[in-house]
Design a protein around this ligand. Structure first.
Ligand SMILES: [Mg+2]
Ligand SMILES: [Zn+2]
Length: 191
C-alpha cells in the first residue's frame, strides 16, 4: 500500500502564502486574496470529511502591528470567501506571540512554528493521530513544526515557498514539494 493511500486524519494548513496570497502582516480583510485553486482544494478535503485546520503564526500581534481581535475578523472574511466556493475551514489556531514582542505577547512560547504547539493543541481537540496528519506550508518553519509533531509535510511554491526552497538550510527536508495547495491536495488524494 502506498503511503498516500493511508487514511488522512486531518490536513493542517498554514494560512498566508498557502490559502491566501502572502501579504506582509496581513490584517486588513480588504487585502485578502485567495490563492487560485485553494478554495477548490479545501472543498475536495471537505467532501471527504477530512478536517481542514489552519495553523498560523501571527506575530504581528506581538509586534504591535494589529490587535489580536483583528485576527478573528480576518478569519471571518476568509470563511466568507471560502463559503462562496463551497469550502470551509474546520478550525483556526494561531500564535500571537514573539520572544521580542510587546507586553503579554512577549514570550518564547511553544506554539510559534517551527514549534509544534498548535499541532499538539489541535490533535488534542480533534483526537488526531499526528502520524496520519499532513501539514502544508510555504516556509521551512511550517515543515519544521510538522516534522516535530510527526506529521507528513508538503512545501508549496506559492507565498515564500520558492524562496524558501532556493535557500533551504535545514537539517530536514519537506516530504513533498507541490506547486500550490491545489497541487498538494490532488497529490494527496491521488491513489
Ligand atoms: Mg505562510
Ligand atoms: Zn505562541
Amino acid at each position: 500500500m502506498s503511503k498516500r493511500s493511508t487514511a488522512i486524519a486531518a490536513v493542517f494548513l498554514d494560512r498566508d502564502g498557502v490559502i491566501n496570497e502572502e501579504v506582509e502582516y496581513l490584517s486588513d480583510s480588504s487585502k485578502l486574496r485567495l490563492v487560485p485553486g485553494s478554495a477548490r482544494a479545501i472543498r475536495l478535503l471537505n467532501e471527504r470529511a477530512i478536517p481542514v485546520i489552519v495553523v498560523t503564526n501571527q506575530s504581528g500581534v506581538a509586534r504591535g502591528y494589529y490587535p489580536e481581535s483583528r485576527i478573528a475578523h480576518l478569519h471571518h472574511a476568509l470563511d466568507e470567501s471560502l463559503k462562496d466556493e463551497g469550502a470551509h475551514i474546520d478550525r483556526f489556531y494561531y500564535c500571537p506571540h514573539h520572544p521580542e514582542g510587546l507586553g503579554k505577547y512577549r514570550i518564547d512560547c511553544e506554539c510559534r512554528k517551527p514549534k509544534p504547539g498548535l499541532l499538539h493543541e489541535a490533535a488534542k481537540d480533534f483526537s488526531l493521530n499526528l502520524k496520519n496528519c499532513i501539514i502544508i506550508g510555504d516556509k521551512a518553519s511550517d515543515i519544521g513544526a510538522g516534522i516535530a509533531a510527526g506529521c507528513r509535510t508538503i512545501l508549496v511554491m506559492t507565498g515564500y515557498g520558492k524562496k524558501e526552497l532556493a535557500s533551504w538550510n535545514q537539517p530536514f527536508q519537506p516530504g513533498h514539494v507541490a506547486e500550490d495547495l491545489q497541487g498538494s491536495v490532488e497529490w494527496l488524494l491521488r491513489d
